[in-house]
Design a protein around this ligand. Structure first.
Ligand SMILES: [Zn+2]
Length: 368
């Protein structure tokens, strides 16, 4: 396995060239090494938090203790998703010399299985579909909730969408369960296609074993010390809390007022880097304790634009390159979006949903 701590590859010419050159100059090898080290320390803290919360759930006696332990487990659960599997599956947890997912990053990315989802399907759904074409209707799976919601201008509107800005929030609680259900549904669907028996068997084996392992972890172990119905109710509550957190944080970074959307059959008239900027919103660049805590907890997703431009950088490096992104975007007159706070992003998401649910919409869209 070849490992390097070099900066991201420099593109030639235009906005992409100016941006990648400036970022490469800022992130020398020593700075990147420090960013990776900080990420590894953070992962250790979060991993310990997750295990300690789980042990607390098993050993808890009494309602208050149990509820507090489950709450802690929910927060730690989402933190693993935000901070560990996300970086690793982007090939960013350990430095990598190529785009190809290294063995070390792949193994850490398997932490996805610990939180109930399939790492292989995440790679396709998140890295390929979402990152490749954010806010492109027909490609980006994050903006496709079927008839449940109209998130983009080019999607069909149904009369119930008029209320989507109200009913969608509780539905975000099902984010994790939906991912798990789709993991299985995709596998069953894929197994009908013509593929080699060997690859089908290994994918099926991984999916079955990891889902059974997750159920044993979430339901089997706690039921040794608690009544089964308490474990099932508690397990669902944890899943709902994590689903809500993941859903709101991810959706508030792209599906907001001012973000641009496009259709799959009418690609946006911008180069890849520029489209990433136009379709993403940062949450907050504040240096106050709350902003810093939020940044720490959400794995740098408050710097969503930096994440989309340089997904193979450790998220601990995003604040270092944010001023560069701002400057280069200004040089090329590209609108770079930063919400003043997370609650401003959530409020903007609410208004966007309300706008998309109306018969006529005013949100900005792009088509060629
Ligand atoms: Zn990502």
């Amino acid at each position: 396995m070849s490992i390097t701590t070099g900066p991201p590859p420099v593109q030639t010419g235009g906005f992409a060239g100016a941006l990648t050159r400036a970022v490469a100059e800022r992130l020398d090898a020593a700075t990147l090494r420090t960013a990776h080290r900080r990420l590894h320390v953070k992962a250790l803290i979060i991993g310990t938090w997750y295990v300690a919360s789980f042990v607390a759930v098993i050993l808890s006696s009494g309602w208050l203790e149990g509820i507090l332990a489950a709450l802690s487990l929910s927060l730690a659960f989402a933190a693993v998703g935000f901070n560990i599997q996300h970086d690793a599956n982007h090939n960013a947890f350990f430095a990598a010399s190529t785009k190809r997912l290294t063995k070390a990053n792949r193994i850490v990315g398997w932490s996805m299985f610990v939180v109930g989802a399939d790492a292989n399907r995440w790679l396709y759904r998140h890295n390929t579909l979402h990152h490749g074409s954010p806010n492109v209707v027909g490609v980006d799976s994050d903006i496709n909730l079927g008839p449940l919601a109209r998130l983009a201008p080019f999607q069909r509107r149904y009369f119930w969408h008029r209320y989507q800005h109200i009913y969608l929030w509780p539905l975000y609680c099902f984010t994790v369960l939906e991912i798990m259900f789709n993991d299985v549904a995709t596998l069953v669907g894929a197994s009908r296609k013509v593929r080699s028996t060997k690859s089908r068997l290994s994918e099926t084996t991984v999916a079955v074993l990891t889902k059974l392992g997750f159920l044993a972890l979430m339901i089997g172990l706690p039921s040794l010390t608690h009544p089964l119905w308490v474990v099932v109710v508690g397990g669902l509550a944890v899943m709902f809390a994590v689903g809500f957190l993941l859903g709101v944080v991810f959706q508030s970074a792209h599906i907001v007022e001012g973000a641009e959307f496009a259709q799959a059959d009418a690609r946006p008239p911008y180069q890849w880097h520029e489209w990433q900027v136009r379709s993403s919103f940062d949450f907050s660049h504040g240096s106050g304790p709350l902003s810093r805590l939020f940044r720490w907890y959400t794995g740098g997703l408050d710097h969503q634009t930096e994440h989309h431009l340089f997904p193979r950088l450790p998220h601990t490096a995003y604040p270092l390159i944010a001023p560069i992104v701002t400057t280069v975007c200004a040089d090329f007159s590209i609108p770079r979006h930063v919400q003043p706070s997370f609650h401003a992003a959530v409020a903007s998401h609410f208004r966007h949903l309300r706008s998309m649910g109306r018969p006529t919409t005013s949100s900005r869209s792009t088509s060629t």
